[in-house]
Write a protein that binds this ligand. Structure first.
Ligand code: URA
Length: 244
């Protein structure tokens, strides 16, 4: 797996089709096509997105990779930052394939973030039509009234429209500090949505962490750590997105 250009014979050999030596022979014999065009030049370089056909057989594209990452706070959900701040992909520099965040968490938000090189999967996970549940732990200033909980669950009118039904559970109230710890589960992923939902009632969010994404959670990971999703987990997420 690589996002770099690589020599055609290497790409063929890496696919497991044959050895590099035999791949060179096949190229010279005119048995290899790149994007439908026969290529006989041994030094030809190909991109991961190029389609390579050997003796009429299409080679598999780059392997798909899906990572569950525990994003620390004060990290940008992006692949680069013009202000030089740390970005999520800094944690995966050793990977040969380029991966991209699936949706985003704010700079100050920590928690579960998926990254992948599979664009279709990203669309499936982030499209508003597919309602994957996301659970957050929120620390907010002040106390949350019962009516506020009910209203948040039903939907509140933000500047970009009504929020979809949510589940809200008050976990703890700190009387001394006048703060409340809440768990909220939403199915949307609008910009700064959770913060805006609580701000609607004048509660500033002082801490926000995503603890679940569909069936996934952060078990076994510390902030800054990640793991590869199992094929079963990927399949389950796809299924959930497609079937609700
Ligand atoms: N809602 C927010 O307000 N911020 C996040 O990072 C995620 C959800």
């Amino acid at each position: 797996m690589s996002n770099e250009m690589e020599r055609l014979q290497k790409r063929i050999a890496n696919s497991g089709y044959t050895s590099r030596r035999k791949a060179e022979v096949l190229i010279e014999e005119g048995k290899v096509k790149v994007n439908g065009e026969t290529v006989t030049e041994l030094g030809t370089k190909v991109k991961p997105s190029d389609t390579v056909e050997v003796e009429g057989i299409k080679l598999e594209q780059e392997d798909k990779l899906y990572i569950l990452f525990y994003k620390p706070a004060q990290v940008i959900t992006s692949v680069s930052d013009d202000k030089g701040r740390k970005v999520v992909t800094d944690y995966f520099k050793e990977l040969e394939t380029r991966i991209y965040p699936v949706g985003r968490l704010d700079y100050d938000t920590s928690g579960l973030l998926l990254l992948t090189n599979d664009g279709d999967f990203t669309n499936l996970m982030t499209h508003p039509r597919y309602k994957i549940k996301k659970k957050y732990v929120v620390k907010l200033k002040g106390y949350l009234m019962r009516e506020e909980v009910k209203a948040l669950e039903k939907g509140v009118k933000l500047e970009d429209g009504m929020t979809q039904p949510a589940t809200v559970k008050v976990k703890n109230q700190d009387k001394e500090k006048s703060t409340t710890l809440v768990e909220i589960t939403i199915t949307e992923g609008r910009n700064r949505q959770v913060r805006r939902m609580f701000e609607y009632f004048g509660h500033e969010v002082s801490k926000l962490q995503r603890i679940e994404f569909g069936p996934l959670n952060l078990t076994g990971l510390n902030a800054g750590e990640g793991r590869v999703l199992t094929p079963h987990e990927v399949k389950t997420l796809r299924h959930l997105a497609e079937n609700g």
